[in-house]
Each structure stands twice: as C-alpha cells, then as structure tokens.
Design a binder for this molecule. Structure first.
Ligand code: FMN
Ligand code: SF4
Length: 439
C-alpha cells in the first residue's frame, strides 16, 4: 500500500517534524495579566500534542509588553519567562511533537491595550480603519529596539529548548503594518518601495541569525495577499501575491527556513479565518473592546442594530467569497510562493478533510498544512486520519464562534450544534483548566 503523504516526515534545514500537520497559532487568554505563563496554557497545548499534531506553532507571543494584543497571553519579553516555556516544551516533547514559538508584536492592532501603554506603535500614525485603534509612528530608535526585542525573544526560545520560532508577519500586526502598501505611509528607509517596507522584517531576520546562529529553525508567517480593501471602501488593496513572492525570496536569502502562508492585512478578516460572521455571539463579546478604539462604540451600535447588524454580516460574508471553498483557501498563493522559493511552505486556511490535505501535498502546492479551528473542534483529528477516518464525524462548521468568544471567554469550541447540550459544550471548554494550577 502506498504510504500516506500526511504521515511522511518533513525535514527542514535543522528540524524534522513527524508528519505534515501543524497546529496553527491559536491565542487564548490563559495566562496571567503580566504575561507569566500558567498550567492552563500547558493543558491547552497538550491537547494537540496528544492528538497527534506533528508540531504546534504557538499562539501570538508578545516580544514586548507594548506589543501585546490583549493581556493574559504568555509573553517572551524577559528572561524570567524562560522556565515556563522550557516546561511547556518539555511536556509537549513527551508526545513526540515539536513546539515552534510565534514571536509577535501587535503594533496598532490591539484589542485591549491594558494599563501599561495607552497607544500602540506602528509604521504609521494613522488609526486602524476598522476599530479606530490609535497609534504612534515609530522612530528609527524605536524600530531598532523592536528588532532587538524580536532577536532576544528568539534567543530566549532557544534557551528554553524549543524547536524553533516563527515571526508573525501576517494578519495586520506590526510586521504587516510595515510590509503593507495599504498601511505603511512612511517616507524614510522603512516605507515607500517594497524593499523599504520589507526592511523591518529583514532586519529582524538578520538580528535573529546574529543572536541564535544559523541552525535554530526560523519561519515566517506572511499574508501573501492582503485584501486590505475587503471591508472599508476607499482603502488600498495592499500587497499582492507577486509582492509577497519577492519578500519570501529575500527571506530565504537571509536564512529563513520556511514560509507559513496566510492572508489578510487585518485580523479577523473575512478570509482569515474564513467562515461565518456569528453576529449574535459577537454582540455578546465586542463590548470588551469598546474603550479600545475611536470606532469601537460605533461598531458596537452598528452590530447591535436590527438592520445594520445583518447588513454588516452580509458584507463580511460577501467579502469572504464562496463558503464551499474555505478548505485550502490560501493554496493558490502557497503554490505560487512554493514555485519561487527552495524552502518548505506551510499553508493555513480551512483544512479539515484528509483527501483535501493529501491532494494539497501531492500536487506540490505546499509541504505541510497548518490547522486551527478544525483542531479546536477535534483535538485528535490527526489520530483520526491515522485510523483511516478521513473526515471527522462531528466536523468544525467554520462558524467562528470560537474566535469571537476568545477576547472574553476561554478558548474552545462554542458551536452548540456539535454537542448534545450546552452543558456538554461548556464542560468540554472547561477541561482546559484540568489539571488546575495548584494541586
Ligand atoms: C481563535 C483563533 C485565534 C487565533 N490566533 C492566532 C494567533 O495568535 N496568531 C496567528 O498567526 N494566527 C492566529 N489565528 C489564525 C490561525 O492560526 C489560522 O491561520 C486561521 O484560523 C486559518 O486556519 P483554520 O481555517 O484552520 O482555522 C487564530 C485563529 C483563531 C480561530
Ligand atoms: S466554534 Fe467550533 S465549530 Fe465553530 S469555528 Fe470554532 S472550532 Fe469550528
């Protein structure tokens, strides 16, 4: 019998992963306000390690406090965090699963800024057009500081014995705010041409290589196509896949080991994570953001309106495109990038069925897939594939209720129709607190 491409090991330059399924980054407010990690985060990650994922790519891990999206995500901004990440990595490794930490900086895209820094930093001083998050344009000294913060984050991840790092260069966070032709309006060496807009990212890669050497795995998540004008009329469309191909070639030349392909110049975006716009559920949690941006109260009222809410929902779902094409949404971009670089390409976006994943791998469109929501729904999806179950009996519906609950409630699957009762759903969500922090 021919071997299953899903279970072929994948060799990067300095890291080998046992199969082709990576748990994609999923953030949750599992940690302490100050960014110190908790047992709850370890419990969360172990669900996927036990479920058979070849590697876990962590949630958004801030490299500075000012760079967080929201409090209660474990950070890597100080050496004091190393023991936590070491313990998390040790436990994940017991399941023959690798752990790649996502080095991140939110820039202006901060859902809840917290008490330390009122304004975010960005390539620009324009507020973000969707929520009205305000920001300060970074000086060259601030850019240099951020570059060093990423490099120190990589060094700490290596010290913690983790298997590699990923730069969060996608979905509208700080690195995208530099890369994007739709956002970056600088007139200095960090703005204007594509080469200038990529300078911040390439500086980070060089600083990381100088700090950790050539042999520590380093990958970059990128929004290959930005669709920056998907929702707000008059916005520029942002970077195209042709722009991103050039950036990926420069990244490869600077010693990056893999590219992780996503899309969208803000997050969430109709195409990332692509699915439904769960209006009723969103109205219950968007209030958490009301004081964070200049447009958030307007948005809250708009979403709550009996006419405006459904209108916005329709606009969002129209911008997403055909619901039947959610699986492998970013594959055409991944394929074009793969044809242009020599390093492995990981593709994110909608993957859930084994035949779709096998086809993505054997067609040469990508070398691996990363999965977020279908693994939140079925933590043991990879084990199911290994047992010959090609589609989970109770699949993820792409309802996006997990996403809109995340700012307020524990991360988990909130699609009641997947459970026998609401009580069963809540019980499953709450398993992330088992074992508890003190025993
Ligand atoms: C609740 C939730 C949290 C997410 N958090 C992150 C994150 O911290 N960093 C990141 O790069 N992507 C994040 N994503 C995007 C996912 O990693 C993934 O790329 C996207 O959801 C598409 O994959 P899927 O269709 O398998 O969900 C998140 C997605 C969800 C649903
Ligand atoms: S709430 Fe559950 S079913 Fe809905 S998108 Fe999230 S994981 Fe999938």
């Amino acid at each position: 019998m021919p071997s299953d491409p899903i279970f072929e090991p994948l060799a990067f330059r300095s890291l080998t992963v046992k199969n082709r399924i990576f748990r994609s980054n999923v953030s949750g407010r599992f940690d302490n306000y100050d960014g110190s990690g908790t047992q709850t985060r370890i419990n969360w990650e172990l669900k996927f390690a036990r479920g058979g994922a070849g590697a876990i790519i962590s949630s958004f891990v801030p490299v500075t406090i000012r760079g967080r999206i929201i409090p209660n995500y474990a950070t890597i901004h100080t050496g004091e965090r190393i023991p936590f990440w070491r313990e998390l990595g040790r436990q994940v490794h017991q399941h023959d699963c690798k752990f790649i930490l996502q080095l991140s900086h939110a820039g202006r895209q901060r859902d809840v800024p917290g008490i330390e820094f009122e304004k975010g930093l960005s390539s620009t001083d324009k507020k973000d057009p969707l929520h009205g998050f305000e920001c300060e344009r970074m000086s060259v000294d601030q850019i240099d500081e951020a570059v060093q913060a990423f490099a120190m984050g990589a060094w700490r991840a290596k010290e913690a014995g983790l298997d590699g790092v990923e730069l969060h260069g996608a979905n509208g966070y700080l690195i995208t705010q530099f890369l994007s032709s739709g956002i970056n309006d600088r007139k200095d060496d960090y703005g204007g041409s594509l080469q200038n807009r990529a300078r911040f990212l390439l500086d980070i890669v060089r600083a990381i290589r100088a700090r950790v050497g050539r042999d520590f795995h380093l990958q970059v998540k990128i929004s290959a196509t930005e669709y920056n004008d998907a929702l707000v009329k008059g916005e520029e469309r942002g970077n195209t896949v042709e722009d991103s191909i050039k950036v990926c070639q420069w990244l490869e030349a600077e010693g990056v080991d893999a590219i992780h392909v996503s899309c969208g110049s803000f997050f969430p975006h109709p195409r990332s994570p692509a699915g439904d716009f769960p209006l009723d559920e969103l109205v219950k949690t968007y209030d958490t953001l009301i004081s964070s941006g200049l447009l958030t109260l307007r948005n809250y009222l708009l979403l709550s309106g009996s006419v405006t809410g459904p209108l916005f929902q329709r606009q969002w779902e129209r911008a997403r495109g055909d619901r039947d094409r959610i699986q492998g949404l970013n594959l055409p971009d991944a394929q074009q990038i793969k044809e242009a670089v020599g390093i492995p390409v990981i593709c994110t976006g909608g993957f859930q069925d084994a035949p779709v994943i096998r086809q993505a791998l054997t067609s040469g469109a990508c070398d691996a897939v990363s999965i977020a929501r279908p693994l939140i729904a079925n933590n043991n999806l990879v084990k199911m594939f290994a047992q010959g179950i090609d589609r989970p009996p109770v699949p993820c519906t792409y309802c996006n209720k997990c996403l809109v609950n995340a700012p307020e409630n524990p991360l988990g699957c909130y699609e009641e129709s997947r459970f026998r009762s609401r009580a069963e759903m809540v019980r499953e969500i709450m398993t992330v607190f088992d074992p508890p922090p003190f025993q």
